[in-house]
Structure formats: structure tokens, C-alpha cells
Design a protein around this ligand. Sequence first.
Ligand SMILES: *[C@@H]1O[C@H](CO)[C@@H](O)[C@H](O)[C@H]1NC(C)=O
Ligand SMILES: *[C@@H]1O[C@H](CO)[C@@H](O)[C@H](O)[C@H]1NC(C)=O
Ligand SMILES: *[C@@H]1O[C@H](CO)[C@@H](O)[C@H](O)[C@H]1NC(C)=O
Ligand SMILES: *[C@@H]1O[C@H](CO)[C@@H](O)[C@H](O)[C@H]1NC(C)=O
Ligand SMILES: *[C@@H]1O[C@H](CO)[C@@H](O)[C@H](O)[C@H]1NC(C)=O
Ligand SMILES: *[C@@H]1O[C@H](CO)[C@@H](O)[C@H](O)[C@H]1NC(C)=O
Ligand SMILES: *[C@@H]1O[C@H](CO)[C@@H](O)[C@H](O)[C@H]1NC(C)=O
Ligand SMILES: *[C@@H]1O[C@H](CO)[C@@H](O)[C@H](O)[C@H]1NC(C)=O
Ligand SMILES: *[C@@H]1O[C@H](CO)[C@@H](O)[C@H](O)[C@H]1NC(C)=O
Ligand SMILES: *[C@@H]1O[C@H](CO)[C@@H](O)[C@H](O)[C@H]1NC(C)=O
Ligand SMILES: CC(=O)N[C@H]1CO[C@H](CO)[C@@H](O)[C@@H]1O
Length: 503
Amino acid sequence: MFFCTCKRMNIKSFSFSILILFITFSLSLPSHATDTLTKNQTISDGDGQTLISSNSVFEFGFFSPNTTTNRYVGIWYYNVTPKTVVWVANRTNPIPTPTGILSINTDGKLVLQNSVTNSTIWSTNITTTSTDAFLVVGDDGNLVLNSTKSGLLWQSFNFPTDTFLPGMTVSNFTSWTSDKDPSPGNYTIGMDPFGSQQLFMWEGSVIRWRSGPWDRTSFTGLPGMASANLYGFNAIPNNGKFFFTYTVYDKSSQLRFVMDSDGVERTSKYDKQGKAWGVVWSNPQSGCDYYDVCGANGLCSDDKGETKCECVEGFVPRDGEEWGRGDWKGGCVRRAALDCGVNGTSDRFFAVANAKLPDFSDFLNINNGNGCYDACMKNCSCLAYAFVEGIGCLNWGRDLVDVRRFNGSGAGNNVFLRLAASEFDNKSKIWIIWIVMPILAAIILVLCIYFFWKFKGRVKDMWVKKPWRQSSVVNHAISNDIKTEFSGPSDYGEKEMMQRFQS
Ligand SMILES: *[C@@H]1O[C@H](CO)[C@@H](O)[C@H](O)[C@H]1NC(C)=O
Ligand SMILES: *[C@@H]1O[C@H](CO)[C@@H](O)[C@H](O)[C@H]1NC(C)=O
Ligand SMILES: *[C@@H]1O[C@H](CO)[C@@H](O)[C@H](O)[C@H]1NC(C)=O
Ligand SMILES: *[C@@H]1O[C@H](CO)[C@@H](O)[C@H](O)[C@H]1NC(C)=O
Ligand SMILES: *[C@@H]1O[C@H](CO)[C@@H](O)[C@H](O)[C@H]1NC(C)=O
Ligand SMILES: *[C@@H]1O[C@H](CO)[C@@H](O)[C@H](O)[C@H]1NC(C)=O
Ligand SMILES: *[C@@H]1O[C@H](CO)[C@@H](O)[C@H](O)[C@H]1NC(C)=O
Ligand SMILES: *[C@@H]1O[C@H](CO)[C@@H](O)[C@H](O)[C@H]1NC(C)=O
Ligand SMILES: *[C@@H]1O[C@H](CO)[C@@H](O)[C@H](O)[C@H]1NC(C)=O
Ligand SMILES: *[C@@H]1O[C@H](CO)[C@@H](O)[C@H](O)[C@H]1NC(C)=O
Ligand SMILES: CC(=O)N[C@H]1CO[C@H](CO)[C@@H](O)[C@@H]1O
């Protein structure tokens, strides 16, 4: 194309083109490493040019994903093997050959062009124009289009791909399609779009995982977070909403959070000696980590690697047959209707301990547990409440969704369920049975032992002669050992003994 045009040119314009070419080449990046691209410079894929951040942490330029030849523009860790890409400029539009060229155009936009077709493949789509724009790749992995006159014009941290880096704010991160293809895959992780302080993971538009609400130190649904030492998160208020950031305490450590193409978020740290990434934390891991495994009002537990569902206290499976088959999606329904009248209620609260706080909570500005209890008790629409350190009073006005019981003591929170008073009557009856039965059995046992001891020696004879006793309650409570123990010589007359028995 270029040469076709040249044929028709006169000598003057031809030499002008040569001049332009010469200027372009002479103004391409200097051969030594730099972190800045200025307006008259270019980064040419064919020449293998890149920008390297000032302390040699990140590198910006053209790359191909493992085992492919497609060329993308992106940022990766400098001098880290295997090559670890943290950002891709145009995920969907690779250049098939190493013919890409990056420059800052007259408006001050960063532009990626194919030098063969001269077409624009990607650009920083900003409306602000600037005559003195320059591009810098930072040691934090942020690519910044800056200007002395107009200030910050554009930054890659605002357009993340699959990787969250310390210093970014949490927005949506979408997985690559595969290791070979950076185009958006099926999985996204990000903040709740409805403003609750929770992280969600989606597969397409379906919720896959939920972190539980933030309690100012960690996410309540992730008891393992503290032990993984992920203390750098912070919620920063902004116009009535919050955004999340992460700061590393050890600035020299290389930490990244990636929404991987297999649907798992992995937090990994680079081991400089071992030259490998070590995964410190990943989600989801166990069966109950997946969202809403047990349906409405179902309680999920991971026990010895097995995922099980039961109904929360006072609820029964909506469809017993389905539930029995392990098809839990139908969830559970309330067994005894709540009583909530004009003049108060007889309902009471049952504590589900070590629970993950259910989804869809309402926040009440009440700063003590009793007040939270009162507020829920007085409001007939309130079906459950929790008072959580670092959050405050939460109420639930609908079926409990995505509840689980953590197996670690101290993990999770108490969630108080509103139940009909009759649920507690049943419960106390069950308790009576459980307490009274062993006591009765013990009394009978003691009586028997006493009795047999007293009539030691007569028992054996009696046994042989009166087999009808074997079916008696007394007999069931005596083990074979006791029977043999009591088979020694007799001190008592058989007649006397039988009298006692029969009286
Ligand atoms: C390439 O782009 C430049 C500026 O964008 C334009 O002036 C030039 O004519 C284009 N060349 C071809 C061969 O299309
Ligand atoms: C870029 O080139 C133009 C024209 O050659 C010149 O006026 C301008 O100062 C240059 N800008 C920089 C940042 O070098
Ligand atoms: C690249 O692919 C090879 C072979 O499939 C594999 O051994 C290697 O780990 C891959 N590297 C990266 C960075 O994925
Ligand atoms: C660029 O921005 C304009 C206006 O904000 C928008 O209409 C257009 O779709 C954007 N283009 C791309 C490729 O994002
Ligand atoms: C942008 O450039 C100005 C002037 O050079 C500098 O003071 C500022 O720190 C830069 N901002 C960023 C985000 O790099
Ligand atoms: C993040 O992704 C989810 C799922 O695709 C979507 O519902 C939500 O609106 C997105 N949030 C933002 C801020 O784009
Ligand atoms: C993404 O989802 C679609 C439709 O469910 C499926 O066909 C495809 O295999 C999935 N891709 C990956 C990478 O999991
Ligand atoms: C809970 O049980 C799972 C599965 O048996 C186990 O992997 C995990 O370590 C246990 N967690 C705690 C805190 O005990
Ligand atoms: C509620 O209490 C008031 C006064 O104690 C009584 O007059 C009224 O009948 C009660 N209403 C109901 C529905 O129990
Ligand atoms: C009662 O509780 C429900 C559920 O939490 C809530 O939506 C509603 O606003 C509450 N009503 C009052 C008057 O507090
Ligand atoms: C993510 C992104 O910038 N995608 C763009 C890649 O380039 C094509 C073609 O210019 C655009 O349509 C995409 O929006």
C-alpha cells in the first residue's frame, strides 16, 4: 500500500516520505531501558522495544501468550519466569504478526496500530486532549498516560483484565478464555453491584461464590483469610459507597490476585529464590464455598471432604424426596408458622452458630446486640438477625440464602432465626427425653447391681430355673460380665429371693 502510493508520487513528496520514515525511526525508543514513552517516540513490536519500570519490576510492550504467535500489548513482571502477564490492552483483537506499533497521537491518546495495514487496533479511548502527553509504566504495574499541563489522562488500573494488583481498587476482573487466549472468559470476580460490602464471583451472570460481608478486618465468609495473612484490604468510603483497596506491607513482595480461566481466584506470591509463584489462597475450594448449594434455608457443611445439606432449625425440606436424593436446590420451608400479631408475638430466636452470614441482609444503624434483637423482634418482616463486631446490626427479611456452618470453632457468626414458640416446645420435649432416659436407665442399672449384689449367688440358680426373666427390662440392662460375676456360691435361700422378686 505504502509503495503503491509512492509510485505515483513526485520526487519531492517521495523524499518527504523518506524523511518522515527517518524521523520515525530516529525517534523510536532509545536502546537503553526506559519507563517513559514521549509524544514523538514509538514502541515497535518488530524491534522488540519495551518500557521497563524505574526499579525494574514491570515491563510493558508486545507479547504472545504461551505457545501462540498472536501479538498483544500488555504488562508483565520484568525478569520473572514463567512470564506472568498482569494486563492486556486489547484482549479481543490480537495482531497475527509482529507488526504492531504504539505511539501517542496528536490528541494525546495512546494508539496501537498495525504498521502494515495502518489500521488502529486499540486506543486509550479518552475525550480529554493533550499536547504534552507522556506514558509511564510504574513499579506498581500501572500504565499511566500523564500530562504536565492536564495531569493524569488515563491509567490501566482503571481498566483491569484478570489480575488485581496491590494499589488497585477492586472492580470487575474477568478471566482469560484460556492460557492461550486473553479474551474475556466465563468468570468474573468483583464487588457486589448492589453496594453490599461483599465480593462476588460470577460464571456468566450466575453467582458462583460470595465472600460474605466485610467486617473491617476480613470478609466474614472467609475464615481462612486471616491465616493466609491477607490483612492489606481496606474499605474506603466514597460518596455513600465503598471501594476496596489492598496495600502490601512488604513492598518488595510480589503479590497478585488472579481470576483464572478455570473459575478459581488464586492469590499468589512470587518466590524469588525458587523462581516460582506459590498460591497462598484460592477460592472456591470446598463444596460449600459455591453459592447457594443447599437452596433457601438450607445449611451447608463440609465434613471430612463431604458436602452435606440440612435444613436450618425449624425448617423441613420443601420436597423430601428430592432432598433425599441429594438434590438440594429446592431448599427448605418453615415447619411452624410464625406468630406476629398486633399485640406482639410469642416467636423466639434460635442461634445458628459458626454460620456464614446469609446473603441479602438489611443493615440497621443500631450499635448493640440487645437493640438489634428488639428491632428484629418488633418487626414482623424480620426473619433473622445478627449482631456482628465490625459491622453492626443485620436483619434478614427473606429466605436465608447461601448459609453454611463452618467446622472451626470461632469461625463464622451467630445468626438468630425467628421461629414459632412451638419449635422450642418440641425442642424442650426432645431434651427431656434425652436427659431423662439416661437417668432412668442409670437408676435401673444401679438398682439391679445393688439387687444382684445383695442376692449374690442366688442369681445363677434363678437364671437357670426362671428363663422368663430374660425378656425383662432388668435383664437387658445387665451385661454378660455381670451375670458371670454373680454366679458365685450362694448365701441366700432361693425361697427368700423369689419372695423379694415377686413381692
Ligand atoms: C497511515 O496513517 C497516517 C496517519 O494516521 C496517514 O497519514 C497515512 O496516509 C496512512 N498511510 C497509509 C498507507 O494508509
Ligand atoms: C515532537 O515533535 C514536534 C515536531 O517535530 C516538536 O514540536 C515537539 O516539541 C516534539 N515533542 C517532544 C515531546 O519531543
Ligand atoms: C508454556 O507451555 C509449556 C508447554 O505446554 C508449559 O510447560 C509451560 O509451563 C507453559 N508456560 C506458561 C507460562 O504457561
Ligand atoms: C470510545 O468512547 C466513545 C465515547 O465515550 C464511545 O462511544 C465508544 O464506543 C468508545 N469506543 C470504544 C472502542 O470503547
Ligand atoms: C503526572 O505527571 C506530573 C508532572 O510530571 C507528576 O507530578 C505526577 O506525579 C504524575 N502523575 C502520575 C499518576 O504519574
Ligand atoms: C461486574 O460483573 C457482574 C457480573 O457480570 C455484573 O453484574 C456487574 O454489573 C459488574 N459490575 C461492574 C461495576 O461492571
Ligand atoms: C464457557 O461457557 C460456555 C457455555 O456455558 C462453554 O461452552 C465454554 O466451554 C466455557 N468456556 C470455558 C473456558 O470454560
Ligand atoms: C473443615 O473441614 C474441612 C474438610 O474436612 C477441612 O479441610 C478443614 O480444614 C476444616 N476446617 C477447620 C477450620 O477445621
Ligand atoms: C391488644 O391489646 C389491647 C389492650 O391490651 C386489647 O384491647 C386488644 O384487644 C388486643 N388485640 C389483639 C388483637 O389481641
Ligand atoms: C422490617 O424488616 C424488614 C426486613 O429486614 C425491612 O425490610 C423493613 O424495612 C423493616 N421495617 C421496619 C419498619 O423497620
Ligand atoms: C477491550 C478493547 O479495547 N477492545 C477493543 C479492541 O479493539 C476493537 C477494534 O478496534 C474494539 O472494537 C474493542 O472494543
